[in-house]
Design a binder for this molecule. Structure first.
Ligand code: FAD
Length: 532
């Protein structure tokens, strides 16, 4: 889809008037883009850096109702999220899968066991399925022998789901493009244009991709959506500054530790209340590693694309691991990598940031709709609400194109190739969607094998370079595939193999490769590594 030459093709289409411009290529923008294109709106999505480079590649990757939100009385968001989880499990096989969770309760934890059972009953009722079960301490230890046995009073098993957040974003963007939309990464919006009587009518973007020569373009549209997450207020200011009231967003940082599965071998997710502040923290298997998170702290520092875990967050998560799994004797040296992201929540001034609602906000001002907050899980609901609201507010907002039918699943062709392992096949269909049919024809058989101990194949790496809009090395290793965090050293041990694939597909010469490698190493060292 995004092959050599795709940028120029998309750029040359910018002289038409769009029905909708979506600013921001995280899950919120990507979900709106997919739904709008599917409904026949002529739509352009522009992203300042790489698709999913903001919060949407840095989440806990849970497609969940958020059982703890029930406790905070946030029934609506739990209801919506659980219903969305069920839909996504049905529709996104291979990209979103069910995962068993154990909640362990220890002496002194605030929530009594009966309340836990009641909450999980409600959680299951919302989903119309019965998945939770109570276990005595001995059975909990059978299910997770690494658990701290001291003061364990028992616990529950229940089910939620897990995904690869960055791939979910890419899949939604690809869906939009397949339905006729245009999407450009590395194109920050520099101005939002306004007519004399106040209506917002377009944007000015700058192409900051390595091949873009810093060209700029003015693009016209009937409606504009600001889906820039923690950057939403900044983008508001581009719409002629202080003329409109900004939404009041509170910015929170959340971080994760990544362990190899040899160090922290879990077959299901485990959730335990942190001994220090009694917040639930999770440890769960993902893409061949174990993730531990998250934190939830106010941040006053400048919002940057690549935030970094703080010393206090690192200690907090390490304390959790040592408390939850004391027999494993894990220390800071055992942490393979770390990652952090920001979330924007509506600021109601609660003293505990974790108690702020995770519901999204929609704010409409003269043709410009801001959508912020919310969750990865509820992206489609947010998208449909946003489009409905624009329809209500603007008589001129209507689709220029016909609604198109979805393509036919590529699965049969893929499975006809007996050399490809079925599990790998399901994974690829889930992640790449319709692209799989081309991938199967264009990528050599021997590359459908796993890289090191990861769940990623060389075929995905090549396809990411060849046809997924990769502009920089970190786009490929951090988001098209996740090797940057899932294999030790972020893939530097196999960099020669990566180089051969990347330089061949992206036509980079030695100088460009060396520049990209230096930047990637700096990023790994400064933002994803263990520095404490
Ligand atoms: P982003 O992903 O940040 O996207 C906004 C984009 O706008 C960015 O890519 C940015 O580069 C771009 N942008 C900024 N300025 C401009 C400009 N001028 N021009 C063009 N583009 C611009 N939700 C769940 O459902 N499950 C979870 O397990 C979960 N875990 C989480 C864990 C953490 C630590 C955090 C922080 C959040 C978590 N969430 C989770 C919430 C979820 O990740 C976020 O709600 C979601 O990713 C936000 O997506 P977004 O598209 O609104 O923002």
């Amino acid at each position: 889809m995004w092959r050599i030459g795709w940028r120029d093709e998309a750029w040359s289409a910018l002289d038409q008037e769009f029905d909708l411009i979506v600013i921001g290529g995280g899950i919120t923008g990507a979900g709106i883009f997919a739904e709008a294109c599917r409904k026949g709106f002529k739509t352009l999505l522009v992203e300042a850096k790489d698709f999913a480079s903001g919060t949407s590649s840095r989440s806990s990757k849970l497609v969940h109702g958020g059982f703890r939100y029930l406790r905070n009385g946030q029934i609506k968001i739990t209801y919506d999220s659980v219903r969305e989880r069920e839909r996504l499990l049905r529709e996104e096989r291979g990209l979103i899968h069910e995962l068993g969770f154990l909640i362990a309760r220890y002496q002194g934890d605030r929530l009594p066991m009966w309340a836990l059972g009641l909450g999980l009953t409600l959680y299951d009722l919302i989903a119309f399925r019965w998945g939770h079960k109570y276990y005595q301490p001995e059975r909990m230890l059978d299910l997770c022998p690494q658990l701290n046995p001291q003061d364990l009073e028992g616990g529950y098993r229940y089910f939620d789901a897990l995904t690869d957040d960055a791939r979910l974003v890419l899949k939604m963007i690809k869906t939009g493009v397949e339905f006729g939309g245009y999407a450009l990464n590395y194109c920050p919006v520099q101005h939002i244009l306004q007519m004399r009587h106040g209506q917002f009518v377009g944007i000015i973007i700058k192409d900051i991709s390595p091949d873009g020569l810093e060209r700029t373009c003015e693009v016209q549209s009937t409606a504009i959506i600001n889906a820039t997450g923690v950057w939403a207020e900044e983008v508001f200011s581009l719409a002629l500054g202080e003329m409109i009231r900004k939404p009041k967003l509170r910015k929170l940082q959340g971080s994760h530790l990544v362990f190899s599965q040899e160090k922290l071998p879990l077959t299901r997710a485990v959730s335990i209340w942190h001994p220090e502040d009694k917040r639930p923290v999770f440890a769960f298997p993902w893409e061949g590693v174990t993730l531990v998170g998250t934190t939830d702290v106010d941040t006053n520092s400048r919002i940057r694309t690549d935030p970094q875990i703080t010393g206090a967050e690192f200690e907090y998560l390490l304390d959790f691991i040592q408390y939850a799994f004391p027999g494993l004797n894990l220390s800071g040296k055992d942490v393979q990598s770390t990652f952090s992201g920001y979330r924007a929540v509506l600021d109601t001034g609660k003293s505990d940031p974790s108690k702020e609602s995770r519901e999204h906000i929609l704010k409409y001002d003269a043709g410009l709709l801001t959508v912020a907050g919310g969750k990865l899980t509820t992206f489609r609901l947010m998208a449909n609400q946003a489009l409905r609201l624009l329809g209500k507010k603007m008589a001129s907002f209507s689709p220029s194109n016909q609604i198109q039918e979805a393509g036919i699943s590529p699965s049969i062709r893929l499975f006809a190739r007996s050399e490809i392992d079925t599990r790998i096949g399901i994974r690829l269909i889930g992640r790449l969607g319709m692209d799989v049919q081309y991938m199967v024809d264009e990528i050599p058989n021997e590359e459908f094998r796993l890289i090191e101990n990861s769940r990623t194949t060389f075929a995905e790496l090549r396809w990411g370079a060849k046809a997924e809009g990769t502009m920089h090395l970190d786009d490929l290793l951090m988001r098209r595939v996740r090797l940057g965090i899932t294999i030790p050293g972020g893939g530097l041990a196999i960099i020669q193999q990566i180089k051969e694939i990347v330089t061949e597909e992206l036509h980079w010469d030695e100088t460009r490769w060396q520049e990209e490698l230096i930047n990637y190493k700096q990023l790994l060292g400064n933002r994803y590594s263990v520095r404490f």
